[in-house]
Design a protein around this ligand. Structure first.
Ligand SMILES: Cc1cc2nc3c(=O)[nH]c(=O)nc-3n(C[C@H](O)[C@H](O)[C@H](O)COP(=O)(O)OP(=O)(O)OC[C@H]3O[C@@H](n4cnc5c(N)ncnc54)[C@H](O)[C@@H]3O)c2cc1C
Length: 471
């Protein structure tokens, strides 16, 4: 494998490498193990296969067991912005005392949560939010094309082009969301919206509505199945029930140890374990803390089909057409990724939505689900090399790992197979310090250091962009 040029990224541990490490670095990449079969891991596996690698996917439970199965299914690059906002943290603190709050902070003390909260607070300024947005914009711009690429390659992923409706109650204002969309446009995104009359299934409690054109949605479960089937048909081995416990160098390359079964040998490894990423990645120099922000969903039958996705910002719930009704998804519970399912959270979602939509059969709610969004303190994913030669991470996409999964797979596969990180991937360096104030830098192809371009003028101060869409 070709190593990254010195200084282009944090390419690895400095100092004397062992013989086995040097073997890994000099070996061409043939066999890659991907750990985790969520949207991000499966997307990486697909792109590695496409670039000619032999791929093994190890999943400790089943395909989509983490956050990727029961989510809202929105593919809405227009909404993909960094999460950190001071207003959100304040809302989270209120949620300590109110189990029905859409944002909730688990009150039990933990170093992980304290580090996340400190990093989040530090990043919650308008200047940093804009810088994060500038980093995400190139990814957002090609995120839907990356879905089309899957379809062109014969993966049976069906995206549906749609408008997204946003409904506001009396006293709620669209101004925050419009400001956020204007910021996205200033950063280079193509975003179109207009005000409209509320329409079914919005109830009379919804007074104003916005419609966002040209977005898409998918059935997340069907999407994962399609990817898993395509990967298997492409020759990859996908093993469920294989929980990875450690990585080591061996005489024949990297050795991936699982709790049961034989170790698997590899030339490169991708850790795509969602909210559980720190378990394996933290000792490998991945600096941003990854914190679970758990969300809940369920399905409610409707008397008429939901024509398009509907977002209700006042209660922070997303509705998506699903089977004979709508999937309802919401809540951000900052807690341990393995905590018990809390039915009161799902009840709170239903209670909040009940007066806002008509025609729902609340006696026949099904598919209760919880999944952990992998959140980072700066609201940016981690995509790239760790300090352990040959080991990469892909994750931390927070609320948008479904939308950004395929483009992430494309970028990381390119880096692994060519040894060069694409320019757009540089802000997502897993070894970045997510709390550093100075501009993120990258080296251009000639090795000259450049700041990450920002289309917005520098401006300090607390963010007043308070409308971040929570999915
Ligand atoms: C309620 C809700 C709504 C959402 N709505 C949207 C949306 O509309 N659009 C959007 O783009 N995003 C949405 N998201 C976010 C999206 O679901 C996540 O960002 C995305 O699923 C993360 O994917 P992932 O592959 O990184 O992680 P995951 O899907 O969590 O996958 C990680 C996998 O790794 C496995 N694993 C963990 N540890 C190990 C180990 N040691 N060995 C082997 N396997 C391991 C896990 O079992 C899991 O299957 C939503 C999230 C929630 C909770």
């Amino acid at each position: 494998m070709t190593r990254l040029p010195e200084g282009e990224l944090h390419s690895g541990r400095r100092g004397v490498d062992t013989h086995e490490e040097m073997m890994v670095q000099s070996r061409p990449v043939q066999h890659v193990v991907v750990v985790g079969a969520g949207m991000v891991g499966l997307s990486c596996a697909w792109h590695l296969l496409k670039r000619g690698a032999d791929v093994t996917v190890l999943e400790r439970s089943t395909v989509g067991a983490g956050a990727s199965w029961g989510n809202a299914g929105y593919l809405t690059p227009a909404f993909v912005v960094p999460l950190p906002e001071p207003a959100l943290l304040r809302e989270g603190l209120r949620g300590v005392f109110d189990p029905a709050a859409p944002l909730a902070l688990d009150w039990r003390p933990s170093t992980q949560k304290a580090m996340f909260a400190a990093g989040f607070l530090r990043n919650a300024t308008l200047r940093r939010w804009r810088r994060g947005l500038a980093s995400l914009t190139p990814l957002n711009a090609v995120s839907l094309d990356a879905f089309d690429e899957l379809a062109r390659d014969g993966v049976a992923v069906k995206t549906r082009v749609c408008d997204i409706n946003v409904g506001f109650r009396a006293g709620e204002s669209a101004a925050g969301l419009i400001k956020e969309l204007e910021e996205a446009r200033r950063a280079g995104a193509v975003v179109d919206w207009r005000e409209t009359e509320p329409r079914r299934p919005m109830s009379s409690a919804i007074e104003t509505a916005l419609v966002l054109n040209g977005q898409r949605y998918v059935d997340p479960g069907a999407t994962l199945d399609a990817l898993a089937n395509a990967i298997r048909a492409g020759g990859a081995v996908l093993t469920e029930g294989a929980s990875v416990r450690s990585l080591a160098f061996g005489p024949k390359g990297l050795r991936v140890d699982t709790w049961a079964g034989q170790p698997v040998l590899a030339d490169a490894v991708v850790l795509a374990t969602g909210a559980w990423l720190p378990e394996l990645a933290k000792p490998l120099g991945v600096r941003p803390t990854i914190q679970a922000g758990r969300g809940y969903s369920c399905t409610v039958p409707l008397d008429e089909p939901l024509p398009a996705p509907l977002y209700l910002p006042g209660v922070r719930v997303a509705l998506t057409p699903y089977r004979h009704g709508a999937r309802l998804a919401g809540t951000m519970e900052i807690t341990d990724g393995n905590s018990a399912f809390r039915s009161e959270r799902l009840e709170a979602i239903q209670h909040a939505v009940r007066p806002l939509i008509d025609g729902a059969d609340w006696d026949n709610v099904s598919d209760p689900w919880v999944g952990p969004r992998p959140l980072t303190p700066d609201g940016l994913p981690v995509i790239g090399a760790t300090k352990m030669p040959g080991v990469y991470v892909a994750g931390g996409h927070g609320m948008w790992g479904l939308t950004l999964g395929p483009v992430t797979g494309r970028l990381l596969a390119e880096q692994i197979m060519t040894g060069r990180a694409a320019r757009e991937a540089i802000p997502f360096d897993p070894q970045r310090r997510s709390w550093i104030t100075r501009s993120p830098q990258f080296s251009d192809r000639r090795g000259i250091s450049q700041p990450v371009p920002s289309p917005c003028p520098p401006e300090e101060g607390r963010s007043d962009v308070r409308a971040t869409v929570h999915l």
